[in-house]
Design a binder for this molecule. Structure first.
Ligand SMILES: [Zn+2]
Length: 144
């Protein structure tokens, strides 16, 4: 049975990885760029995080994940940051973000619950059907 999004977000390892990705995005300073990764399930059911490499021109490069797996581990969630904190920028998940989750044939694993999008104020979830849910206040997740 898949974990609930809330259970994934409550995991200490996941929380600190989301916080590290946010810090690495340099929010509000120079060299602002998105960061992201996969949350995977180990053989013993514990969770781990595999970060995506940084691509050219500050894009993020989602590594291949056939059958919703990476390094032979089941992917339970994905995440990326929205570190542009000015009011001119979209904080919530974009249409492209929703499509990327909903329409990716390799994000259809039984354990996969969706993609977290981390903005300064709010952590959102793009569900597997492309719906956006507000999960929690970002700072509450980071400092728990
Ligand atoms: Zn996005």
């Amino acid at each position: 049975m898949p974990l609930t999004p809330r259970a994934v977000l409550a995991n200490a390892k996941v929380r600190s990885a989301l916080q590290q990705a946010w810090i690495d995005s340099n929010p509000g300073v120079t060299d602002v760029h998105e960061e992201g990764g996969f949350v995977v399930k180990n053989a013993d059911e514990s969770l781990n995080v595999i970060r995506w490499p940084k691509g050219l021109q500050d894009t993020i490069e989602v590594p291949p994940h056939p059958n919703c797996k990476i390094d032979d581990l089941e992917i339970v969630a994905s995440f990326h940051t929205h570190p542009n904190i000015g009011s001119d920028y979209l904080q919530e998940p974009s249409e492209t973000d929703k499509r990327a989750v909903r329409d990716d044939p390799n994000l259809k694993g039984e354990e996969y619950i969706g993609e977290f999008v981390i903005s300064q104020a709010t952590i959102y979830l793009v569900s597997i059907t492309g719906q956006v849910l507000e999960m929690d206040d970002t700072q509450a997740v980071f400092t728990k």
